[in-house]
Design a protein around this ligand. Structure first.
Ligand code: UTP
Length: 301
């Protein structure tokens, strides 16, 4: 049974400066809720009860968000705002949340390595703290991976997403064969291949189930650019040793909010699915779309 999850949230977030100079990108709101809260909710809905967040300098707001805020609670209670009070309290009761500091931002592999002692020999889930997975079948993306892990009796499992050929060079891409519904047996991984040399269009997509032997492969993984250690390299070494690894083409839409375009489009998508915002935002978008169409066709406004 997988009950532990690691959420790396220590990265610098340089693609989102200056907003991320002093504030964590994981705290950017989608509508009115920080991205990382959605990530925690996905973990909890997948059966996770123990979460370790990897944080670093400038990330105190993440800790505070998941802690009790007695002053705010007292204020809301005094004003009779009981609905907000319940919502605020619920955040600190979502799961058993712990924090560990990544001292130098040496990449995702290094961030995961910070969890070694907390994980204590168990398989665990990893959810990137800056990426949302919007389920398309009602089953949270992490739960889809846990189900696959249990079905195949262990082995690492990674979420996969089919990406267009021209974008493969941005991702870790797998080679392997389809062995069941949405299920791949992975033979190899390539980090950021040039499009012509990519073995497939299946990219590793921000959710993982890792077995505890991964830590020794992270130790053995070569440091790349700026001394960074990539989890893809550790997984690659593990696969080369003949250890089982599966890919699940998840029924979920991935939203990377670590870049401005992804952040804006994710907000629009979530708002269009929101009870109060869907209608007025839909009207606004239609009006804007009409003026964009006219401008592109060379008509005056
Ligand atoms: P990214 O690959 O988006 O890296 O990390 P980044 O450094 O945060 O962002 P840019 O590229 O500079 O804009 C994916 C996830 O892994 C975490 C990040 O916080 C993010 O949630 N991460 C990344 C760490 O925890 N530590 C690291 O050293 C790198």
């Amino acid at each position: 049974m997988i009950t532990k999850a690691v959420i790396p949230a220590a990265g610098f977030g340089t693609r989102f400066l200056p907003a991320t100079k002093a504030s964590p990108k994981e705290m950017l709101p989608i509508i009115d809720t920080p991205v990382i809260q959605y990530v925690v909710e996905e973990a909890v809905a997948s059966g996770i009860t123990d979460i370790l967040m990897v944080i670093g300098k400038g990330k105190r707001a993440v800790e505070e968000h998941f802690d009790r805020s007695f002053e705010l609670e007292a204020e809301l209670e005094a004003k009779g705002r009981l609905e907000e009070l319940a919502a605020i309290r619920a955040i600190s009761e979502l799961a058993n949340i712990h924090f560990v500091w990544q001292k130098r931002m040496l990449g995702l592999g290094d961030a995961i390595r910070c969890a070694r002692y907390h994980i204590d020999g168990e398989p665990f889930a990893v959810l990137l703290g800056d990426t949302l997975m919007q389920s398309q079948n009602g089953v949270p993306a992490t739960r889809q991976l846990i189900d696959m892990y249990e079905r195949y009796g262990g082995g690492c499992v990674v979420a996969l997403e089919e990406v267009p050929q021209e974008r493969v060079s941005r991702y870790g891409i797998i080679s392997g064969e389809l062995i069941g519904d949405r299920t791949y047996r992975i033979r190899d991984l390539v980090e950021k291949p040039v499009p012509d040399e990519a073995p497939s269009r299946l990219a590793i997509a921000s959710r993982y189930i890792l077995t505890p032997d991964i830590f020794s492969y992270i130790d053995a993984a070569p440091a790349g650019k700026n001394g960074e250690i990539q989890i893809t390299d550790a997984l690659r070494l593990r696969t080369a040793d003949g250890s089982a690894m599966y890919g699940c083409r998840v029924a979920a839409m991935r939203h990377d909010i670590g870049n401005t375009f992804g952040f804006i489009t994710t907000n629009i998508r979530y708002a269009l699915a929101h009870d109060d915002l869907a209608a007025p935002l839909g009207d606004f978008i239609l009006a804007e779309a009409e003026s964009i169409r006219r401008a592109r066709a060379g008509h005056p406004k």
